[in-house]
Design a protein around this ligand. Structure first.
Ligand code: GCU
Length: 599
């Protein structure tokens, strides 16, 4: 069975990647790395004249050559080393006022020396680059990556030299109809090298990837695999978990793949006790350490079971907006701040919207005991019938699952958000669901699905997508886009499915410190009233097993220009962008306290 999964993964990657993109190296936290973060020279290139010639044909002599005039007469019309710089990781929009609204190409250049090591391979790894990245080393094309929120790496062993290496990346965040996400979103299209960039050093044959998790619904049976990359693929690999008395060896096959299967007695990971074990994956030529939690997940009727017990997901949605400073969040500190605010709200669950956030978010959630809903940006009206769009979405799913499949905190993979009903849409999403299940059979699948009114007082969940999901997700804005807050008092919910529901969005906008009566829009009192009436309605839904109000903190959106109130911020945060708690925050906090006490 497992070799098929690997084949599927390799096949899926093929359409979107160029020749030299290596299989994703997972767990870069615990490998030998050299950071390339810091100031990078940049050239802003709205007409892509560093890539195309005046006939709009790709040029062989573009900015990736980092050319310097060899004589006083030679004509070179760019010079990275005399150009401005930007900090990496970081979006360009909040680093330079002129780039605040900029959507287009920016060229990045980083020069560095490298001390080669014997029997060592080197890869350049990007945590993410929004949206399309063309990567070059020393003037040679390494490849292209599409998708702004997942990691990718290229092997550079043969191209590296001791001195004056120059890594050049063309980053283009232009929105396209056939892209994922597509043209319209309700978040800022932060562009650039938005996450860490590093060199990874590995032995000739190394542990490229592995999955060490409990089987679905089991509390003691681990099944997974270890994948080697290199030329000595048939080896003995050993899994060591000293604290759990595990020391199990397996043999890799000719493709470097070992299937692993063993039982052990674990202290199970849960929000109350987020136990992580030190796990070593040892091959004859390489060794990788990781911190992994073990927990079982399943649904039974309308219940979600964690470690065999029914659980309520007390959640909140989060965008990857940096707390207190704005811009794309990227650091461990950003993650700890946002997750600590969620904990202060009383959350044991977060919905990371609407795209994979940086790895620090899921690793800190692992440590802090917060369950995670991860989503790929199949958002609103995607180009459903375009095969390249499907391949792109599948690739983003492959990459986020590859990166986070060993994180106990990640409990739900979400396929999409608010996508309009149609047969092409259902075919597209079913394809993603099959793909996700082939890559990871241990987690629950969901999506923020459509719902409709059966009659003025009854909301119905019968989106055909629900049939193929484990957990139903629904967004509703009763009291904000849909009537006034009191309207929720008379609303009942029905579902076609015997499955658990997570209300994946609800809420309303308020500018912090804007006060008035509870029927005055944009005031804290109005938002507070929305929440009070929402909670009343939510409590009456018999199959509700989780809630994730929209949203923890105000976030930037180009669709929100209301001057003096929004100023290009979506103000549905329970906390302002400056960290100020709004009245509704305390309403939600009180309910979560009550739920926690009754758990
Ligand atoms: C939608 C959507 C969010 C958006 C929110 C809003 O439901 O999923 O991305 O920001 O509503 O309108 O504030």
């Amino acid at each position: 069975m497992k070799p098929l999964i690997l084949l599927v993964t390799l096949f899926v990657l093929a359409p979107c990647v160029r020749a030299q993109q290596s299989d994703l190296i997972t767990n870069t936290e615990n490998r030998k790395t050299i950071s390339l973060d810091g100031q990078w020279q940049i050239i802003v290139d709205p007409y892509e004249s560093g890539y195309y010639d005046y006939r709009y044909q790709p040029s062989n002599n573009g900015y990736f050559k980092n050319a310097k005039p060899k004589s006083k007469s030679e004509l070179i019309e760019y010079d990275f080393d005399k150009s401005a710089t930007l900090k990496v990781p970081g979006d360009w929009n909040t680093q330079m006022d002129q780039l605040f609204f900029y959507e287009g190409t920016v060229w990045y250049k980083k020069s560095f020396d490298y001390l080669p090591r014997l029997d060592t391979r080197v890869f350049v790894y990007f945590g993410a680059a929004n949206y399309v990245a063309d990567v070059y080393l020393n003037g040679e094309k390494l490849g292209r990556h599409e998708g702004g929120f997942t990691p990718f790496n290229f092997e550079v062993t043969k191209l590296l030299r001791d001195k004056d290496n120059f890594l050049v990346v063309k980053v283009d965040n232009k929105r396209r109809r056939d892209a994922v996400p597509t043209l319209m979103t309700d978040w800022w299209n932060y562009g650039g090298l938005t996450r860490n960039v590093k060199l990874i050093e590995t032995p000739g044959t190394f542990v490229q990837d592995y999955m060490v998790q409990l089987q679905r619904g089991s509390r003691d049976r681990v099944s997974g695999w270890v994948k080697l990359a290199g030329d000595k693929l048939a080896q003995k690999v050993t899994i060591r978990i000293p604290e759990a008395g595990v020391n199990k060896s397996f043999a890799t096959d000719a493709n470097g793949l070992a299937l692993i299967d063993f039982s052990a007695d674990f202290k199970l990971w849960s929000p109350e006790s987020p136990k992580l074990y030190d796990v070593t994956i040892e091959a004859e030529t390489d060794q990788v350490r990781d911190q992994i939690g073990f927990r079982s997940l399943e649904t039974r009727g309308t219940d979600i079971l964690l470690n065999g017990k029914p659980i309520f997901l007390r959640g909140v949605c989060i965008h990857e907006e940096a707390p207190l400073r704005g811009g794309r969040a990227y650091s461990r500190e950003d993650a700890v701040t946002l997750l600590s605010w969620a904990k202060e709200l009383g959350a044991n669950f977060v919905r990371l919207a609407h795209y994979p956030h940086n790895e620090f978010m899921v690793r800190e959630a692992d440590r802090m005991g917060i369950m995670v809903w991860e989503e790929i940006p199949v958002y609103w009206t995607i180009d459903w019938e375009n095969p390249a769009t499907l391949a792109n979405a599948r690739n983003q799913l492959s990459e986020v699952i590859a990166r986070d499949k060993n994180r106990a905190a990640v409990v739900i993979w979400s396929m999409a958000n608010e996508t309009p009903l149609s047969d092409p849409r259902l075919t597209f999403l079913r394809n993603l669901i099959t793909h996700a299940r082939s890559l990871d059979s241990t987690r629950l699948l969901s999506a923020a699905m459509e719902r409709h009114y059966l009659d003025p007082k009854t909301q119905m969940i019968d989106d055909p997508l629900g049939e193929f999901l484990d957990v139903l997700g629904c967004n509703e804005y009763v009291g904000w886009y849909d009537g006034l807050p009191e309207k929720a008092d008379g609303i009942e919910w029905k579902s076609k499915y015997q499955k658990p529901l997570v209300m994946s969005e609800f809420g309303g906008d308020a500018a912090f410190n804007n006060h008035g009566d509870s029927l005055t829009r944009w005031t804290e009192e109005y938002q507070e009233s929305v929440y009070k009436h929402q909670i009343g309605m939510l409590k009456r839904i018999p199959f509700l097993r989780g809630t994730a109000p929209w949203i923890l903190m105000d976030f930037r959106s180009p669709r929100r220009p209301l001057a003096g109130i929004q100023d290009y911020w979506n103000r549905k945060g329970l906390i302002s962008d400056r960290g100020e708690r709004k009245r509704a925050f305390f309403v939600m906090q009180a309910w979560y306290r009550e739920l926690n006490q009754n758990q």
